[in-house]
Design a protein. Structure first.
Length: 202
C-alpha cells in the first residue's frame, strides 16, 4: 500500500491546491495560538470549503475547549489531539462530535512511545512526533519497530525530502510533514510540496 502523506499547518489556498494536485491524503490546519501556522475559525472555513471530499481535513487541537470546537467542527473530518488530552477526554470528544481521532504521542524514548497503548481502543490513528511541537526536531524512528501498534500511524518530526527515504524504511501508514515543505517558518512552499509529494507518491 502506498504511504499516505499529511501536510500540516496549511495557511493559504494556493499551496492547498498544489498539495491536492499532487495527491496529498490529509491536510492539517492548526488551532494553537503559539504557532506561526495558527488560524482563526473563519480563516479555516474559507481554506477548507473547496477541498475535495476524498482528502481528509484535520483540525490540530491542543487541549482545546468544547466551546471553541463548536466553531470549527463542521469544517473537519478528523480531530488531531496534540496536547495532554487523557483517555476520558478522547472518549468524550469522540462521542460528542463523532469525528475520527488522531492522538499525537510525543516520543523521547521507548517508554514515552508506549503511551499509545492507553489510547489504542479509542483512537483511529496515532501520530508519533518529537516532543518539540513544531520546533522541527526528530526522534529515533527505530523505536517504533519495537512496539506492537495495531492502529495506523503517522510519523512526524523534522521530515523533509532529504530524509524521507529513511523514514519510509520503517513502513509507516503515513508521513506527516510541515516545516520540511516551508520556505520560511509557517509559510509553505509550493515547489517543496510538489517535490516531496512526487517523491513519496511515485
Amino acid at each position: 500500500m502506498q504511504t499516505k502523506v499529511k501536510i500540516c499547518g496549511m495557511t493559504d489556498a494556493a499551496t492547498i491546491q498544489t498539495a491536492i494536485d499532487h495527491k496529498v491524503d490529509y491536510l492539517g490546519f492548526v488551532f494553537y495560538q503559539k504557532s506561526p501556522r495558527n488560524l482563526t475559525p473563519k480563516q479555516a472555513t474559507l481554506l477548507t470549503k473547496n477541498i475535495p471530499s476524498h482528502i481528509n481535513k484535520v483540525a490540530v487541537l491542543v487541549n482545546e475547549t468544547d466551546q471553541f470546537i463548536e466553531y470549527i467542527k463542521n469544517d473537519f473530518d478528523t480531530f488531531q489531539l496534540h496536547g495532554d488530552e487523557d483517555l476520558n477526554r478522547v472518549k468524550e470528544l469522540k462521542k460528542k462530535y463523532n469525528k475520527k481521532i488522531i492522538k499525537a504521542i510525543k516520543v523521547t524514548d521507548e517508554n514515552s512511545a508506549k503511551k499509545f497503548q492507553q489510547f489504542e481502543d479509542e483512537v483511529d490513528m496515532f501520530l508519533f512526533d518529537s516532543p518539540a511541537m513544531e520546533k522541527s526536531a526528530k526522534f529515533n524512528w527505530q523505536i517504533l519497530q519495537n512496539l506492537k501498534i495495531t492502529k495506523p500511524y503517522l510519523i512526524a518530526g523534522s521530515i523533509n525530502i532529504n530524509n524521507v527515504d529513511e523514514v519510509l524504511k520503517y513502513n509507516p501508514y503515513g508521513i506527516d510533514v510541515s516545516g520540511g515543505v516551508e520556505k520560511n517558518r509557517g509559510i509553505k512552499c509550493g515547489d517543496k510540496i510538489i517535490k516531496f509529494l512526487d517523491k513519496v507518491k511515485t
